[in-house]
Design a protein around this ligand. Structure first.
Ligand code: ATP
Length: 462
């Protein structure tokens, strides 16, 4: 696919998301709110299915990982101890002419110059100054910028602070979900009867004051993370790191992403907490970009919180009586980015008898609606009644949709666009032979299935 076609693909996905109720820009009736999006009726189903797939592979299918749901607001001391108040930042520059604020590493990278958000202010400014002639403001074209400065990404609030100048002692909306796991390490250990190695999994919102937020739901200021922290014995880090890399790669294949659209990226400049960091990148319409980070965080977080809180955040090995601070392997994925990757992979346009069929070839487990049930005609009560009765049974097991609007062809197109794997129609023959027509989204082939056998049929298929 050419660059232009790819850009075009993003526009098409954005348009489908709006048209079919997957993703809406936030606060749209008030002209929107930059870098925040809402999931519509089908978007929330798809996001829930992604989260459920993750949650199951992390907790249900394993006996060494437990779940947690920590609050978004936490003591500000946590963000001091974790290093985020000081060190969680991206380099910012401002165009002196139009005052657009830009993320400096991204600006350099777009001009083909290697840079990284984790570089020090000095390092990145050196590169900036050396290449200044090659760089123009993407908004107004001027070439006059302020020097790069670190801009802290934590979002502040006045929660619980009733003074007039709350900015002197703000509380933070969490910038990553995993801190809630570290500060509950002892609680989990004391209650869940876990033994090293064990993990804690959490899904939840995180907030970052991203400087430039573009590319649809890829980079937003409010987003959801699926994070798992795996606590291991010091020295076992490498072994589990490799295991988790393989496990996480397979997760995306199981969601239906193809291997050719995935790749590993190793971080050379490490963020303050990391010992080793690899990203799984996906080939989005705007190129390969981070989907998930797999990080070896060492004992950094538990040591920091242990020191800062004065609590003992260590582990006593019951077999050897040895006490140590566990090391952490972290897997950290974004729900929005996974959703965008899944949509990118699934989107197809097919030419059908002079017409274009848009279809989302989603893995059935991810499809927002699994089965759509149609009576052939809306004004035939016997068909509607029969179709309703089937719908009422099937919906107890699968997310179904009943639709009696318009001709069958139109109803198929609508379900194709939201990725429904099966459509089921009750026609006049059904009243005679007790069978329904089931149409497959991908092959568009239709087959007659006994109504009494429908549940078995779908159980095998979905
Ligand atoms: P990037 O380099 O793209 O800013 P990051 O390295 O800061 O990402 P992490 O801190 O490792 O990201 O966060 C883990 C995961 O959380 C990312 O892989 C991504 O899926 C998701 N994520 C992070 N920031 C955002 C954001 N602003 N919008 C949507 N998802 C995000």
């Amino acid at each position: 696919m050419s660059h232009k076609e790819s850009e075009n693909l993003l526009d098409k996905i954005v348009s489908l998301c709006k048209r079919r109720g997957f993703v809406f820009p936030s606060s749209e009736i008030y002209d929107g709110f930059t870098a925040v999006y809402d999931f519509g009726p089908y978007g929330v189903e798809l996001a829930n299915n992604i989260k459920q797939a993750w949650w199951k592979t992390m907790t249900q299918y394993r006996d060494d990982i437990v779940g947690l749901d920590a609050a978004i607001f936490m003591s500000p001391k946590i963000w001091e101890a974790s290093g985020h108040v000081k060190g969680f930042s991206d380099p910012l520059t401002e165009c002196k002419k139009c005052h657009t604020r830009l993320r400096l590493d991204a600006l350099l990278e777009e001009a083909g110059i290697f840079a990284d958000e984790k570089m020090s202010e000095e390092e990145i400014n050196q590169i900036f100054n050396k290449n200044i002639k090659k760089i123009k403001c993407p908004t107004c074209g001027a070439a006059d910028f302020t020097p790069g400065k670190k801009f802290n990404l934590l979002v502040q609030s006045n929660l619980g602070n009733f003074t007039n100048d709350w900015t002197k002692a703000p509380t933070y909306l969490r910038g990553e979900t995993c801190q809630g796991i570290y500060v509950n390490f002892k609680n989990v250990m004391d209650t869940a009867r876990v033994k090293i190695p064990f993990g804690v999994a959490q899904i939840g919102k995180a907030f970052r004051n991203e400087i430039t937020a573009r590319q649809f739901i890829f980079r937003t200021r409010e987003f959801e993370q699926m994070e798992m922290q795996y606590f291991v014995k010091p020295g076992d880090d490498q072994k589990y790191y490799e295991e988790w890399k393989a496990t996480r790669w397979k997760f995306y294949l199981d969601l239906g992403l193809s291997e050719k659209n995935l790749k590993w990226h190793k971080h050379e400049n490490l963020v303050f907490y990391a010992k080793e960091a690899y990203d799984i990148e996906y080939n989005f319409p705007f190129g390969f970009k981070e989907l998930e980070g797999v990080h070896a965080r060492g004992d950094y977080d538990l040591v920091q919180h242990g020191k800062s809180s004065g609590q003992e955040l260590s582990y006593l090995d019951p077999a050897t009586n040895e006490r140590y601070v566990p090391h952490v392997i972290e897997t950290s994925a974004g729900v929005g980015r996974t959703l965008l990757a899944v949509l990118t992979e699934a989107y197809r346009e097919e030419e059908l008898a002079g017409e274009t069929r848009i279809v989302l070839k989603l893995a059935p487990k991810l499809a927002p609606i699994k089965i759509a049930v149609f009576p052939l005609l809306k004004n035939k009560p016997e068909l509607v009644k029969k179709a309703r009765a089937i719908y009422d049974v099937l919906k107890l097991n699968w997310r179904c949709e009943f639709d009696d609007n318009g001709n069958i062809g139109k109803r198929y197109r609508r379900q194709d666009e939201i990725g429904t794997p099966y459509c089921l129609t009750i026609d006049f023959d059904s009243l005679e032979d007790g069978a329904a027509t089931v149409r497959d989204r991908d092959t568009m082939k239709q087959e007659r299935v006994d109504i009494a056998e429908l549940e078995n049929f779908f159980r095998k298929k979905i």
